[in-house]
Design a protein around this ligand. Structure first.
Ligand SMILES: Nc1ncnc2[nH]cnc12
Ligand SMILES: [Zn+2]
Length: 340
């Protein structure tokens, strides 16, 4: 890709809607926090950590991801983690981000949910004040745990609901259908929270349908397996349900053997509201612009397609209609012709 093309991708304002903050823990910070907090990790160097990042499916990644998160103890750790991610947003011209966090990964280890939310929120406020990056926070339930544990998590989050935009569902998908969490999602809706869920990453198309019908979600995270069901594709299009797609994640976790097989651009061309996101950038090889770049290199993404993906990222977000309009106008004004 030429320098002009790279500059074009960078110039596009973008929103990120599918980012697990724990998945932005870079090996360097993991190592630093393990020393700072005296937490043992089974690696003796940053290189050793990086060498362990070879995954063959979602579970092989999650095992390492939960182990990595064990170095996060104090509010300052969550602040440092979030601030490091927001610096990457600034570099990539990501001007709005909707961040997932997994409270149960921390409360299970005896960390107070207030410590987690406090550290993340302070970094989000600083990035908003200093760099104008806006954000929302989405609390995810771990689907390999029980619904009662998810309900307990929603309960302890109640004092912080003013800082939380919505709830999500993540972790091991296969064997943990959305139907398992119908009650807690109804409670979240009652509390006025937005709802999203991972579905159709490794799991079958039925999980996408369940997330829509039983959890009443307004976005699907991943959702790429919708390509197996024509009627579902039509429904997602008609009902304007966005998919937060994560290209580099999908190849790192072997959902696709090669990026050239990825369906994101064909779904875009069919009129679905697909968006580009990182999922767990510290583990999957890059942040937002790297994901766009991969689509350029492997799928020959055009500049018009890139603009549409950036536009979709704001359309699919939970920002106000006025803000959406503002970003749409800015994106529309970006020149697609290479200037000499
Ligand atoms: N890609 C992914 N799928 C499900 N749960 C996750 N938690 C972090 N990354 C995830
Ligand atoms: Zn995810």
């Amino acid at each position: 890709m030429s320098i002009a093309d790279l500059n074009f991708l960078k110039a596009l304002p973008k929103a990120e809607l599918h980012l697990h903050i724990e998945g932005s823990l870079e090996p360097e910070l993991m190592f630093e926090l393990s020393k700072r907090n005296n937490i043992e990790i089974p690696f003796s160097s940053v290189d050793e950590i990086q060498a362990a990042y070879k995954f063959h499916n979602l579970q092989s990644f999650l095992d390492i991801y939960y182990q990595g998160a064990s170095v996060l103890i104090h509010e300052q750790d969550f602040y440092d983690l979030t601030m490091a991610y927001l610096k990457r947003c600034r570099e990539d011209n990501v001007v709005h981000t909707e961040i997932f966090f997994d409270p149960q990964t921390h409360t299970e280890r005896g960390i107070d949910i207030g410590v987690v939310i406090g550290g993340i929120n302070k970094a989000l406020c600083d990035a908003n004040n200093d760099w104008g990056i806006s954000s929302h926070l989405i609390l995810c339930f771990l689907r390999h745990l029980s619904e009662d544990e998810a309900i307990d998590t929603l309960e302890i989050a109640k004092p912080y609901l003013g800082l939380i935009k919505g709830v999500g569902l993540d972790s091991s998908e296969l064997g943990h259908p959305p139907s398992k969490f119908q009650k807690v999602f109804a409670m979240a809706k009652e509390l006025g929270l937005e709802r999203v869920a991972h579905a159709g990453e490794e799991g079958p198309t039925e999980y996408i349908v369940e997330a829509l019908d039983l959890l009443d979600v307004s976005r699907i995270d991943h959702g790429v397996r919708c390509v197996e069901d024509e009627a579902l594709i039509e429904r997602l299009k008609q009902d304007n349900i966005p998919l937060t797609v994560c290209p580099l994640s999908n190849t790192a976790l072997c959902v696709y053997d090669d990026m050239s097989q990825h369906p994101i651009l064909s779904l875009l061309d069919r009129g679905l509201c697909v968006t580009v996101n990182t999922d767990d950038p510290a583990y999957f090889g890059g942040y937002v612009n790297k994901n766009y770049l991969a689509l350029s290199e492997s799928l020959n993404m055009s500049k018009e397609q890139a603009k549409k993906l950036a536009l979709n990222s704001f359309k699919a977000s939970y920002i106000s209609e006025t803000e959406k309009q503002k970003w749409a106008e800015i994106i529309a004004a970006i020149e697609t012709k290479v200037k000499v």
